[in-house]
Design a protein around this ligand. Structure first.
Ligand SMILES: [Zn+2]
Length: 307
């Protein structure tokens, strides 16, 4: 990937301490962040396991997401590459761990999906200002010399979660979806709708992109997303196999408990059947396999039982 990684710090202009001393002694309170230029004028800023993306246009800077873990470091990152003001802030979704520092942005136009606006109206959280502009299905934005497509793929993680696509740069950002070379977060990224999650990965693959950006972890390629899709398809296949092959009557024999105890024993057996197969196949292929396999399997099994 044609990327440039720069480790940056919030350097006090008059400081004469060395970079090492600066990091280790003077500013040990996690003031560092990393910044990658993934395409000309397109940057990822990362800190504390979270990512923001920003895009420099001739009219101003467009930022996607404002995680508290990054906080005001985003301003240092932007001023490191341009004197242009930040004019727009896009919310990927309503969760506070991704946009809870939005209140730090002044004089910006905030754009989000209308479901995100609805959620934020209910939350009444001053750290997450209500969007100035929202949309239902998709919206094309032309800001200076840059184009963005914001699109609602369905609630793969939360109502109102969106894709941010930069067609000229072939960059696609989808937050709290798959993680290149890693694993979906707990319980399939706590999806409220497993079929929407599965469909959203198909939708990602339909875009013409060569850099995928998630809300966590490193960026990836289309090949990385193909692997993620295979992992999710394999979870689904093994969930179905477990439902077909694990014998309820056999499993609950000898359990003299409540109906919740027998249900739990049955689901444990289903989950074990699925997780054993997934771990055996994926252990060496994705970072972290084995940690959440049982949660991924159980979520998929529940979905296959009811959706
Ligand atoms: Zn989230």
């Amino acid at each position: 990937m044609n990327s440039r990684v720069i480790w940056c710090t919030l350097i006090v202009a008059t400081s004469i301490v060395s970079y090492t001393v600066f990091l280790n002694v003077v500013y040990s309170q996690a003031t560092e962040y990393s910044m990658q230029e993934i395409k000309p004028d397109v940057y990822i800023v990362s800190a504390g396991g979270y990512n923001s993306l920003f895009l420099v246009s001739q009219e101003g800077v467009v930022v996607v997401d404002a995680p508290p873990a990054i906080g005001d470091k985003i301003f240092a990152a932007v001023s490191n590459v341009t004197d242009m003001p930040i004019t727009h802030l896009i919310y990927s979704h309503a969760h506070k761990d991704h946009i809870g520092a939005a209140n730090l942005f002044e004089n910006v136009t905030i754009i989000a999906h209308n479901e995100t606006a609805k959620i934020l109206n209910e939350r009444n959280d001053t750290n997450r200002p209500i969007p100035d502009k929202n949309f239902t299905k998709e919206i094309n934005l032309s800001i200076g010399n840059q184009s963005l497509l914001l699109l609602y793929p369905g609630p793969y993680h939360q109502q109102g979660n969106i894709f941010v696509y930069l067609p000229e740069h072939k960059v696609l950002m989808a937050v709290d979806n798959v993680i290149p070379r890693g694993l979906l977060w707990k319980h399939l990224s706590v999806t409220p709708d497993v079929p929407a999650l599965i469909k959203s990965i198909d939708q990602i693959m339909a875009f013409d992109f060569d850099v995928f950006v998630g809300g966590h972890g490193q960026p990836g390629t289309k090949d990385d997303i193909i692997v993620q899709q295979e992992y999710v398809n394999d979870l689904r296949k093994n969930a179905v196999t477990a439902l077909n092959e694990v014998n309820y009557t056999e499993v609950i024999k000898g359990i003299n408990g409540s109906s919740s105890a027998t249900t739990e024993a049955y689901f444990n057996a289903l989950t074990k059947s699925c997780a054993d197969n997934i771990d055996a196949k994926w252990q060496a292929k994705l970072e972290g396999v084995g940690v959440w396999t049982d949660e991924h399997c159980e979520r998929m099994i529940i979905s296959e039982s009811v959706d």
